[in-house]
Design a protein around this ligand. Structure first.
Ligand SMILES: [Fe+2]
Length: 236
C-alpha cells in the first residue's frame, strides 16, 4: 500500500491518503477544503486514481474537501448512515468493508464525539509494516479523546466506543487520529491504554464525569463548518 499523512495547520487536521499499489486506486480520509490542490497534486505525483473520499464524522472545525475532490476526480463520497449530508454517493454502517482496489477497510461505528462518528481499520495483512492501522477520527486522539458536548455527542456512548470497541483491537495497532494539536503524528493502542489520561478511569460513570467537567469553548468555525459539511463542503 501507499500511505501519506497530510496536515492542515489552520485546523490541526490530519487527512490520510491510502493507495493500493497494484491497482492504483486510492482512498482519502477526512479531506480539508483548503488542502484540495495540494492533495490532488500528491495523488497525481503518486500515480494514484482517487476512487473514494470519506469523512469520519461531520466536522465542526474545518470545511470538508469531499465535494471539491468529487468534482475534480469523479470519486465516490461516503459518510456514515447517521450523517445529515445530502450530497453523498452512499453511506456506510458498522461492519461494512470499503474496497479500495485490493484493500479492504473495516468500518467501525464509534458514536460519542458525534452520533455520526466512525473509525476505519486496516488489517495487518494489508498494511506495509505488518501492523494494523486504525483511523480513529475524533473518537481516540493521541493522549486525548474527542469532546462530547455538542452535535449529539454522548460521553456514555464514547466510553462504549473506546473501551468496548477500539481498545479491544490488537495492542500493536497504529493509531492515526483526525487531529493533533501538540505535534504527535501516530500512536498505538497499547501506548494510549497506558498513557492517555482520559483512559485512566475505572468506570463508565467516571469517564462521563470527566467529560462533563470539561468546559470547552465552541470551535470558531462551527457555525460555518457544520452546515457546509452537510453539503460536502459547499459554503452556503
Ligand atoms: Fe470533530
Amino acid at each position: 500500500m501507499i500511505f501519506r499523512q497530510i496536515f492542515d495547520p489552520d485546523s490541526s487536521t490530519y487527512s490520510y491518503l491510502i493507495g493500493d499499489k497494484s491497482s492504483g486506486a486510492a482512498l482519502l480520509i477526512d479531506s480539508v477544503l483548503e488542502r484540495t490542490d495540494q492533495t490532488l497534486q500528491l495523488i497525481k505525483q503518486l500515480n494514484l486514481n482517487l476512487t473514494l473520499a470519506i469523512d469520519t464524522h461531520t466536522h465542526a472545525d474545518h470545511v470538508t474537501g469531499l465535494g471539491a475532490l468529487r468534482d475534480a476526480t469523479g470519486c465516490k463520497t461516503m459518510m456514515g448512515r447517521e450523517s445529515l449530508a445530502n450530497c453523498l454517493s452512499n453511506t456506510f454502517v458498522d461492519g461494512d468493508h470499503l474496497k479500495v482496489g485490493n484493500l479492504r477497510i473495516e468500518v467501525i461505528y464509534c458514536p460519542g464525539h458525534t452520533d455520526d462518528s466512525y473509525s476505519f481499520y486496516l488489517h495487518e495483512s494489508q498494511s506495509d509494516n505488518n501492523q494494523p492501522m486504525l483511523f480513529s477520527g475524533d473518537t481516540l486522539l493521541i493522549r486525548g479523546t474527542g469532546r462530547t458536548d455538542f452535535q449529539n455527542g454522548s460521553a456514555e456512548h464514547q466510553y462504549n466506543s473506546l473501551f468496548n470497541r477500539l481498545l479491544k483491537l490488537p495492542d500493536n495497532t497504529l493509531v492515526y487520529p483526525a487531529h493533533d494539536y501538540k505535534g504527535w503524528m501516530v500512536s498505538s493502542i497499547s501506548e494510549e491504554k497506558r498513557h492517555n489520561p482520559r483512559l485512566q478511569v475505572n468506570s463508565r460513570d467516571e469517564y462521563i464525569a470527566l467529560m462533563d467537567g470539561l468546559d470547552l469553548p465552541n470551535p470558531k468555525m462551527m457555525d460555518i463548518a457544520v452546515p457546509a459539511n452537510q453539503s460536502c463542503g459547499d459554503i452556503l
